[in-house]
Design a protein around this ligand. Structure first.
Ligand SMILES: [Fe+2]
Ligand SMILES: [Fe+2]
Length: 278
């Protein structure tokens, strides 16, 4: 099963198609559509919209409908739950949150809402913890992927990160440590491609459709500007998760890389020598 994860689209109403986030999204979706492999599902891990405006969800729906691949949405801190649910009527909010599961024959997705209205960082209250605990316990041997917007771990970029001692992150980690069926946790929010081990499983953050966040581990002072780069001009990207024979393999994809070498007569020998067939 191939799952494309796209994240942090930050669509803004009124954008033109020239070099704006809607254009970046179209480039990502075209890459997915033109792939030589069949993609079974798309997970979109939040910040679909920049300001939660209904027009941005409508634009997203138009693009996804044209693509024709099943897709599943998660909330980000820039999203508006009511406007999102109004545009996608099959999205059902429970107690105002977008938490749900999708079952496939040999894999399950759990989509978690880690937002709290008015808050930039993550949130995961006791109600959501209870829901996740019960959901993971329902089919304790079923391999499960969790998709959520905020990474629940410190990824090192101070102005974007989650502190390890954040109550919400500690609450989430406790639940994950109690279950053995979580094969991977996929997140967004940071606008960078990141991989880490986490609570006995693995976790990745997908690169964004929108421009990426600059990599800088130095301490930041909220009361003193220092001129550092925060966001950089970079190609849109997405992540491809390949579930096969009980293993998940994750590939980062940058949009815009041009082919350099083709499998033609001049390079046929390269393939013969490189194929590792027992
Ligand atoms: Fe974002
Ligand atoms: Fe975000």
């Amino acid at each position: 099963m191939l799952i494309a994860q796209i994240t942090d689209l930050h669509l803004t109403p009124g954008e033109t198609s020239s070099c704006q986030n809607i254009d970046r999204l179209r480039r990502v979706l075209k890459h997915i559509k033109d792939s030589p492999h069949v993609i079974d599902a798309i997970l979109i891990t939040g910040d679909l919209s920049e300001g939660g405006h209904p027009a941005s969800y409508k634009a997203l729906k138009t693009e996804l409908t044209l693509l024709g691949i099943p897709y599943y949405l998660a909330m980000g801190n820039h999203d508006n739950a009511a406007n999102l649910a109004a545009c996608f009527p099959y999205v059902k909010l429970a107690d105002g949150f977008l938490n749900y599961s999708i079952n496939f024959p040999d894999l399950r997705f759990i989509i978690l809402d880690t937002t709290l209205s008015g808050r930039h960082g993550g949130a995961f209250c006791e109600n959501r913890a209870d829901w996740l605990d019960k959901e993971l316990g329902k089919e304790s041997s079923k391999p499960t992927l969790i998709a959520m917007h905020h990474p629940p771990a410190d990824i090192g970029i101070e102005w974007m990160t989650t502190r390890e001692d954040s109550p919400w992150a500690k609450r989430f980690k406790t639940i994950i440590q109690q279950h053995k069926n979580v094969v991977h946790i996929m997140c967004g929010h940071i606008h960078r491609s990141i991989f880490l081990s986490y609570a006995g499983t693995t976790l990745s953050v997908a690169g964004a459709v929108a421009p990426q966040v600059s990599l800088d581990f130095s301490a930041i002072d909220p009361n003193k500007v220092d001129g550092r780069a925060l966001v950089e001009d970079s190609p849109p990207s997405y992540t491809l998760h390949h579930w096969k024979s009980g293993q998940l393999t994750t590939h980062h994809v940058d949009i815009g890389a041009a082919p350099l070498i083709y499998y033609d007569a001049a390079h046929a020998d390269v393939i013969k020598r490189t194929l590792d067939r027992d």
